[in-house]
Ligand binder design. Structure first.
Ligand SMILES: [Mg+2]
Length: 346
């Protein structure tokens, strides 16, 4: 069979034909202050053939401070290469309410900076009759800020209530000492108080991707992320190919369980594999082959038919078989071997 004799060296790499590479930061480029193994050299090499851009939901840092951090790790990054969720929020806001206008800001420097650059006036008080509320995470956001947002948003939108834009709705934010409430949790507090829903700019919603695609003039983009529910879902929503790299949050078992809409185009152990031929999963008589690995779903059983000793190929074959089965993963018996996790975890 010609399909099975395809050599690793003849398959295209994930970068084939790609003119713009967009990367998430945490879990893709770095974990905490330090770079992840192979990330910097692999991205620099990708930058030889494609435009490189960075996308972050973090609303607390400015594009310039993100660029400075990435440059300190050995990447060549200007502020204009970084797309932040406050910038996406401003793209969204401009479509609803052109500047100038007075905006109630709940958030820190990263957000205030973008609101000001977009030509709006910043207020912290509902008494200034703001024309919209924009909310993003900053460690200094207090109950008094959430209360001002609630006062400003007291009218429902269909009763002439003002727009409410959240930079992102990540429930949690990783800190040195553990996991803490993220912007989604704070937005949810306001939502619970007033019964309104915010419009969201960051991943997995489209505005942050649209801002990046427009800014970089992308024709064929590839998005690299470490989370299925934000990064990969978002890329799928805007119709661009995606890489899930196993150096961050989501692990092999999450990949196998990924719902339709959150399944990546490519599954990589680390970013070196951006430059390697990517083996297509080939189905034959219900068995999914990736190089020497083969997996099938038979009734409620997921069976490893063959192993090549390369764990990433076994995971790719398992994902292809499970995803194609249309059966929810929780009713399947999945051998643990299929989601072994020898990959780098931050
Ligand atoms: Mg991430």
């Amino acid at each position: 069979m010609a399909l099975f004799s395809r050599k690793r060296s003849t398959a295209p790499s994930p970068l084939d034909g790609v003119d713009t590479v967009l990367a998430d930061l945490d879990g893709v480029v770095y974990a905490g202050p330090g770079a992840l193994p192979f990330a910097v050299e692999s991205l620099n090499r990708a930058g030889e053939s494609a435009r490189l851009g960075y996308i972050t939901n973090n609303a607390a840092r400015t594009d310039a401070s993100v660029a400075e951090h990435l440059s300190s790790l050995g990447l060549d990054v200007a502020a204009s290469d970084v797309v932040t969720s406050p910038q996406a929020a401003m793209r969204l806001l401009a479509g609803i309410l052109p500047a100038p206008a007075t905006i109630l800001v709940v958030g820190g420097d990263g957000l205030v900076d973008e609101v000001t650059k977009a030509g709006y006036t910043v207020t912290r008080s509902a008494e200034d009759s703001p024309a919209a509320v924009v909310q993003g995470f900053a460690p200094e956001v207090a109950w008094t800020d959430l209360a001002e947002a609630a006062f400003a948003l007291k009218l429902p939108e269909d009763e002439a209530g003002i727009p409410w834009i959240a930079t992102n709705t990540d429930w949690t934010i990783p800190r040195d000492r553990g996991v803490a409430p993220g912007n989604g949790t704070l937005v949810s507090a306001v939502h619970t108080a007033i019964g309104r829903l915010a419009t969201v700019a960051g991943k997995p919603e489209a505005p942050i991707f649209e801002e990046a695609l427009a800014r970089f003039g992308a024709r064929k983009a590839l998005f690299i992320g470490d989370r299925l529910d934000t990064d990969i879902m978002g890329a799928n929503r805007v119709g661009i190919d995606s890489v899930l790299v196993l150096t961050g949050i989501d692990r092999p078992k999450h990949v196998l369980a990924a719902p339709e809409g959150s399944r990546p185009t490519y599954i990589l152990g680390d970013l070196r594999e951006l430059h390697e031929p990517y083996p297509e999963a080939v189905e034959k008589d219900g068995v999914f082959h990736v190089n020497g690995a083969a997996v099938r779903v038979a009734g409620a059983d997921v069976e490893i038919v063959a192993e090549s000793g390369v764990q990433i190929d076994l995971l790719r074959a398992g994902a292809a078989a499970i995803w194609a089965s249309g059966t929810p993963v929780f009713v399947l018996r999945v051998p643990e071997r299929l989601y072994d996790d020898p990959f780098h975890r931050p």
